[in-house]
Write a protein that binds this ligand. Structure first.
Ligand SMILES: [Zn+2]
Length: 270
């Protein structure tokens, strides 16, 4: 069968199909030194914090967002304490909120889905570790047969603007709108301060044939949790996503029973 010629009459040339040299993939950022932490050092930080004192406990209600602060060395545990639920996290340097989480560079330095001992990096020109992921009760989910995994830094956060683009409907009820409301009411920040997220408990990947973003229902169940250690003083915001456990496709009505709160605890060494 003849290969198709790409028509491009507007530039006066036909682009004939070419063949391309094949190369073996080379990992671009193969674990730079700063991205690799001592497991023992972080296990020790985790132990000291958990055996210290609980400095904060809060519940992020379903379909809402809340903020809290952490000191460097504090440990935060986020628990699916009622039912399956995904969450969207934002991070800022507590002393300078212009320094904030950079999901794209975190994705390049580690991978599309974060694993224990991966770090969360701040934006340029800072590019510093903001926090380190130290425990995941779902770690053995791994990468499934479709290439899906948990806790991605791919998705940007659900928002009402994209919802309208897809459905034509106006709506206020997304991680973006919840985060904007929480940071405005609790911290005096604005919509421009809300940024791309760490998508915890969410199961996502890219289709093998078309490389499109997909999600699966979250495998998180009541009692599952993740923990991270703050590597600087932090302001953190978490949205309990209105997509709930992500078992309903985007655009369809999400029944209330698919949505749950998330519990946040902050521990500090004595
Ligand atoms: Zn969401």
């Amino acid at each position: 069968m003849a290969s198709p010629t790409v028509p491009a009459p507007w530039c006066g040339r036909d682009f004939k199909p070419r063949s391309f040299d094949k190369h073996t993939p080379v990992v671009c950022y193969d674990k730079p030194r700063a991205s690799v932490v001592s497991h023992k050092e972080y296990d020790d930080k985790r132990f000291l914090a958990i055996t210290g004192e609980t400095v904060q406990t809060l519940v992020v209600p379903k379909r809402e967002a809340r903020t809290w602060t952490m000191q460097e060395g504090d440990l935060c545990r986020i628990t699916v304490h009622e039912g399956s639920q995904v969450g969207d996290l934002n991070f800022w340097n507590l002393e300078n909120t212009q320094e904030r989480f950079y999901s794209g560079k975190t994705r390049q330095l580690h991978s599309s889905h974060l694993k224990m001992y991966d770090r969360l990096w701040s934006c340029l020109p800072h590019l510093r570790p903001m926090a380190t992921f130290v425990f995941d009760s779902l770690a053995n989910y791994g990468i499934d047969e479709d290439g899906a995994s948990l806790h991605d830094v791919i998705g940007t956060r659900c928002d009402d603007y994209t919802y309208k683009l897809i459905t034509g409907q106006d709506r206020v009820g997304s991680c973006h709108s919840s985060l904007v409301k929480a940071v405005a009411e609790e911290r005096g920040l604005t919509e421009q301060d809300v940024h791309d997220v760490w998508n915890i408990f969410m199961c996502t990947g890219f289709t093998k044939d078309t490389q499109q973003y997909f999600c699966k229902p979250s495998p998180a169940r009541k009692g599952d949790f993740i923990e991270f250690v703050a590597d600087m003083n932090l302001l953190v915001a978490l949205s309990a996503c209105p997509q709930g456990d992500v078992s309903i496709p985007v655009g369809a009505e999400v029944p209330d029973e698919k949505c749950h709160p998330l519990k946040v605890e902050v521990f500090r060494k004595k």
